[in-house]
Design a protein around this ligand. Structure first.
Ligand code: ASP
Length: 496
């Protein structure tokens, strides 16, 4: 029988709950107990009644809280979890959403960060806390961390009873940390502080008091938007980590499989990979012919992919690899599954580079313009940005021109090619004005030479001329110059 709380006894039985919390027990170390009927006393999952008995009373932790406790039909070691289990968790939350204020998912720690990331992307318009927790030692053991982890998870999920701020996100509460779920990684197989967000600040900390950093919390969706579950996950994705000596033919074989539709590629440093032609060719064939989506993330626990910064990442960029910015492997993989499962075609690339749930600190918009060859007049093209593009949040802009060639008439002195933004009427006489405010960049030309341009643009300059509708680029060359290029793109990073 469940033990009676001392405080509970003082409450009138009919008092309405201040907070209602739904707790889903899926398995893992947290809910295990030694089986004394078997020699060696192996750990086995407890049944729900036994778990209920062992859990601290809600009334002692968050007075006025009513807990609904349910379990998975089949309790799982989290290393056996699959995307179908994430869908089952999301459905349980959906079914109980409107009659509860907060949610706790108890699961094994091994794949906890995958669940946290997947749920973040699956739960659209989430306005209530979904707290995921587990433990390093089982609940019924003397030195267990399960009681504290559960207690803190409950304090946060029952925010209406504890007066803590509401965190309308999927979060991980473990030991002394409150973390954004889609930024977490399992950092230790045995330390109390098993989880962290090495590439993002915590959402709060737990000691004698629970402190929530309100400025780190994402705003709740506008009221009136119902919770939606993105439940179609495409499992045809792979996570491949580079290492010196990886054989291109192995990569090629994997990327030639029809059943592989997306790949998370864990590269070095700021997103670098071998410049080896066979390696790049394997990617190119997979992306262009096989229509695969390849997302570049870094193997480093901290920092961000900045493709184009070194020659070693230009090959990836040129062959259609997209940037995963500073996403964790767990976030990149599950975001790809959810995005590919729920959206179509070109949208996948756009969606992957835009922040959805705080999983990355920057958005990246790649604007690809028309190309031109042997052009002797000013050349202009425009892009209509996605509605989520916010030019006021601009943090960097990189111009990339592939295979720029120019032929220069004899006698032309100091030939140049100028690039302007939002100035379609730019003409040769504008070239005279060295300091023209709409000029983003000046390229010095040499007749007959073919070269690539990768240029970080002045943030201030771009900010001053970029509007909130079309983005127009105009190229003006010195009289007597014919120019052309194979590819023209502008990558704009905005803060999230
Ligand atoms: N193997 C266990 C699991 O992930 C480990 C744990 O719960 O900590 O289910």
């Amino acid at each position: 029988m469940a033990k009676q709380s001392r405080l509970a006894k003082l409450q009138p039985a009919t008092k309405a709950a201040v907070a209602r919390v739904y707790v889903l027990y899926t398995g893992g170390t947290f809910g295990m107990a030694p089986d004394f009927s078997t020699p060696g006393h192996p750990l086995r999952s407890m049944e729900l009644d036994k778990l209920r008995e062992e859990l601290p009373e809600a009334e002692d932790i968050a007075p006025g809280t009513e807990v609904t406790l349910e379990r998975f039909d089949r309790l799982l070691d989290s290393s056996s979890m699959t995307p179908t289990d994430w869908v089952n968790i999301a459905r349980k939350i959906e079914d109980n959403y409107y009659n509860h204020d907060g949610f706790i998912v108890i699961q094994g720690t091994d794949t906890l960060s995958y669940t946290a990331s997947a749920l973040s992307f699956m739960l659209e318009n989430l306005a209530k806390p979904v707290v995921i927790t587990g433990s390093q030692l089982p609940l019924p053991t003397a030195r267990t961390d399960a009681k504290l982890n559960y207690g803190h998870a409950l304090q946060i999920a029952a925010y209406k009873a504890t007066d803590l701020p509401c965190i309308p996100e999927v979060i991980v509460v473990f030991a002394d940390k409150i973390l954004r779920g889609c930024r977490t990684r399992k950092m230790s197989a045995s330390a109390w502080t098993g989880f962290d967000t090495p590439n993002a600040p915590p959402l709060g900390e737990i000691g004698e008091h629970v402190r929530i950093f309100e400025n780190q919390i994402r705003p709740a969706p506008p009221s009136g938007l119902d919770l939606q579950v993105n439940s179609e996950l495409d499992p045809d994705v792979l996570d491949i980590s580079l290492y010196p000596g990886l054989r291109p033919e192995h990569l090629k074989a994997i990327l030639s499989l029809d059943s592989v539709k997306g790949v998370v590629l864990r590269t070095y440093g700021t997103g670098n990979a071998p410049e080896d032609i066979d390696f790049l060719d394997a990617l190119k064939t997979g992306i262009e012919k096989g229509n695969k989506t390849v997302v570049n993330i870094t193997q480093c626990p901290q920092g961000m992919v900045e493709m184009g910064l070194y020659a070693a990442s230009i090959g990836l960029l040129d062959n259609g690899v997209i940037s995963g910015l500073d996403m964790t492997p767990e976030a990149a993989l599950t975001k790809l599954m959810v995005t590919m499962g729920n959206r179509i075609g070109e949208q996948v690339k756009l969606q992957m580079q835009i922040n959805q749930r705080g999983e990355q600190s920057q958005n990246l918009f790649d604007f690809n313009f028309k190309t031109t060859q042997a052009n002797d007049k000013p050349f202009s093209d425009f892009i209509v940005p996605d509605r989520r593009f916010d030019p006021t949040a601009l943090s960097a802009a990189v111009l990339r021109i592939k295979k720029l060639t120019a032929t220069v008439a004899d006698g032309t002195e100091n030939p140049v090619l100028d690039v302007y933004m939002n100035f379609p009427t730019a003409k040769a006489d504008t070239l005279e004005r060295e300091d023209h405010p709409r000029r983003l960049h000046r390229i010095e030309l040499q007749s007959g030479a073919t070269f690539d341009v990768v240029q970080q643009l002045s943030k201030e300059r771009v900010k001053n001329v970029i509007g909130d509708s079309d983005v127009v680029l105009t190229f003006v060359a010195s009289p007597g110059v014919k120019f052309g290029f194979e590819k023209l793109s502008l990558s704009i990073f905005t803060r999230t």
